[in-house]
Design a protein around this ligand. Structure first.
Ligand code: UDP
Ligand code: MG
Length: 234
């Protein structure tokens, strides 16, 4: 069995893919020899597709899956979760706003916990995004009854069974720690570093993120309330 799967969703990230791959390989190879990098191309319209295909051809660690159209970040992550085989699974965004080296900040916790969620100790996103994130997390927690401080941090580490158990719907990438808990898994948040996006642009505006996230929080609340949680007698 593979030791580690690294998954990144890709939507118009042509400037980022090569350096992302270098940085992931550099970081991961310090401790893991047996790993895969899974890129799910979410219907990019730039050169991402060609770059990814070339990379997969040159580098046997890289596995690439192309969607026929843009299906959104949750779909891209769900596809990665479907395809991955590593005992441990790491997700990150393609833009290097988190550093692959910080996997090692999460790793010490994965024995005791089933999911280790990064928590952006510093935010390099500008005041508006930062504020909307604080408000977003606060309101989401109020609605779902959870206490996750940074559900949107791209860097996350999981045991394989956690990602295989998810049944995701569009927008649910904003609730992954809460959904893991709902499925009975132990989740902890651990500080990681955060950086400015150097290349390419953010795919979200402040308002669409905030309002969609809020609406979805009620769906998650409903799911938690109606979650089936039965055990058999011995
Ligand atoms: N992404 C995707 N499909 C989308 C939008 C985004 O696969 O429809 C990917 C994107 O390429 C990146 C990650 O999801 O790897 C996060 O996107 P972004 O950096 O724009 O989000 P932000 O950091 O602004 O929250
Ligand atoms: Mg980003």
């Amino acid at each position: 069995m593979l030791q580690l799967s690294v998954i990144a969703p890709i939507y118009n990230e042509e400037e980022n893919i090569e350096r992302l791959t270098e940085r992931i390989s550099q970081a991961v190879e310090k401790e893991f020899s047996d790993y895969e990098i899974i890129y799910v191309n979410d219907g990019s319209s730039d050169k991402s597709k060609e770059i990814l295909d070339k990379l997969a051809f040159q580098n046997s660690k890289v596995r690439v899956f192309h969607f026929t159209e843009n299906n959104g970040q949750t779909a891209a992550l769900a596809a990665g979760f479907e395809k991955c085989t590593g005992e441990l699974v790491v997700t990150m965004d393609a833009d290097l706003q988190t550093d692959p080296e910080d996997i090692y900040r999460l790793l010490p916790y994965i024995e005791e916990y089933d999911m280790v969620n990064g928590k952006r100790a510093t935010r390099e996103d500008g005041i508006v995004k930062k504020l909307s994130s604080v408000i977003g997390n606060g309101v989401r927690n109020k609605i779902t009854g959870d206490d996750i401080q940074d559900t949107g941090c791209p860097l996350k580490l999981y045991k394989l069974e956690v990602v295989k158990k998810y049944k995701l719907f569009d927008g649910m990438h904003r609730f992954l720690p809460t959904l893991a808990r709902m499925n009975g898994y132990k989740v902890i948040e651990v500080p990681v570093r955060h950086f400015d996006r150097e290349f390419g642009v953010s795919k979200y505006g402040v308002w669409n993120r905030l309002f969609k996230g809020l609406k979805d929080a009620f769906a998650v609340r409903w799911m938690m309330k109606r979650n089936l949680n039965y055990e058999f007698e011995n």
